[in-house]
Design a protein. Structure first.
Length: 426
């Protein structure tokens, strides 16, 4: 006869002043028990290269995770962009129910490190985990997965509606984004709340607003003539003076608006001047010839669609006031939409901050939008009524070979995410 001994382990890893329910205490204990297992899954997926261009690698990382989510009762589906976009698909993991808030949870499978990068492997040094994508965003994915695992261990995911979107091309989205982000937008339809698990530079802040981006090009034309004739009324000022007038007025008028930016990144002018698709400029001119053409390219940022419109209108007015015998045009290329700060986002932040203080951690505040770059949540921020961004682990050195993740923050933010999700789906 065999004797089976059950060993029950109690974990008192939350502070004594913690203001949490029994279910929430169990979530915390489960997360502490699973931390090492979570880190070994993170090691496994960091060691699979998934640079955005490595479509097979992105798929392989997704397949490892697919099995993990399916074990929690999620249904999986890859949605792939058209082949000529040369991007991996997005893996959607869904479950349907009718209890609590309906959640869309976003993270991404790809990294900025290509297949031939020298930075390919996971390593650990004390409280730091290092490796390509270790916090941006594979740490965010594993954090989200282990928060859901802890919920599932108590049956708390039953009868809830949750979609997890693991995007395959966040770092360099397929263009046009109207096609590459169509499936993500569709997944947001009918959802109440979107949370993203991008990493964070700060332990106690998240983003409730992000600026949108667009690109622009200004092309100026003048009369090509001998330089001795410049300033004459019938010859005018040439293309280079005209373009610099436009740029200087842009600086004067746009730099006074909070959150607005307008940055010339490349400029060329002369008798000829071209800027190719990769933003390499080429051209020539002569010191004794008035410039016939000049062009500049750059990007702009804005906190709302209204501000974007204001920048565009201001620029159209500026380019229309050409110097004598010159002309300019400006064209805009769509980038990422803004995620404006809303009362609902603020409420969600308050809820998250309450979770944090209930767990015995510091309150959480909002990152200034100027310091929060673009992310995929911006594409759905006008679809789901409430949005919170950067719930992933604390990390540093993102997009560089110094990328690291703070393991303690990984554990804390997994607990914060699990309790937040629990309170939303209850
Ligand atoms: Zn990211």
């Amino acid at each position: 006869m065999k004797a089976i001994i059950y060993i029950v382990l109690f974990y008192f890893t939350f502070p004594l002043w913690a203001n949490v329910s029994n279910e929430e205490q169990k979530l915390i204990a489960t997360i502490d028990q699973n931390t090492e297992q979570a880190l070994s899954l993170l090691e496994k997926i960091v060691n699979i290269n998934s640079g955005t261009d490595n479509i097979q690698g992105v798929f392989d990382v997704g397949e490892v995770l697919k099995a993990e989510f399916e074990a929690l009762g999620f249904k999986s589906e890859w949605k792939n962009p058209p082949e000529d976009m040369h991007r991996a698909g997005t893996l959607f993991l869904t479950r349907q129910g009718n209890q609590g808030k309906k959640l869309l949870l976003i993270a991404h499978l790809d990294t900025v490190f290509p297949k031939n990068s020298l930075f390919q492997t996971f390593s650990r040094e004390g409280n730091l985990a290092k490796g390509p994508g270790v916090s941006d965003d594979k740490g965010g994915i594993v954090l989200l997965l282990y928060a859901l695992k802890a919920l599932n261990a108590q049956g708390l995911l039953d009868n809830t509606t949750i979609t997890v979107a693991l995007v395959g091309d966040e770092e360099n989205s397929g263009k046009p984004t109207s096609i590459s982000r169509a499936a993500l937008k569709e997944a947001a339809n009918g959802m109440d709340i979107t949370l993203d698990f991008e990493p964070n530079g700060d332990a106690n802040s998240v983003a409730i607003a992000r600026r949108g981006t667009a690109q622009w090009e200004i092309v100026s034309q003048g009369i090509e003539e001998h330089s001795s004739l410049i300033f004459k009324p019938h010859i005018g000022f040439g293309a280079i003076f005209e373009l610099t007038r436009v740029l200087n007025e842009a600086r004067e008028q746009l730099s006074t608006q909070q959150y607005a930016t307008f940055n010339p990144g490349v400029i060329i002018g002369g008798t000829e001047g071209q800027i190719d698709k990769t933003h390499h400029a080429s051209g020539y001119g002569k010191t004794n010839v008035i410039a016939q053409t000049a062009r500049a390219q750059g990007d702009m940022r804005f906190i709302s669609d209204e501000q974007k419109q204001w920048i565009q209108n201001t620029m159209l007015t500026i380019v229309a006031q050409s110097l004598v015998k010159t002309s300019s045009t400006i064209t805009f290329v769509e980038g990422m939409p803004p995620m404006p700060e809303t009362a609902e986002n603020k409420k969600l932040l308050d809820l998250y901050s309450k979770v944090s203080t209930d767990l015995g951690y510091p309150p959480v505040s909002a990152i200034a939008p100027d310091f929060s770059g673009g992310a995929d949540i911006s594409y759905v921020a006008n679809i789901t009524p409430a949005n919170l961004s950067r719930l992933g682990p604390v990390g540093s050195g993102h997009h560089s070979v110094n990328e690291s993740m703070d393991i303690k923050s990984f554990n804390i933010n997994t607990k914060r995410a699990a309790v937040l999700i629990y309170r939303l789906i209850k």
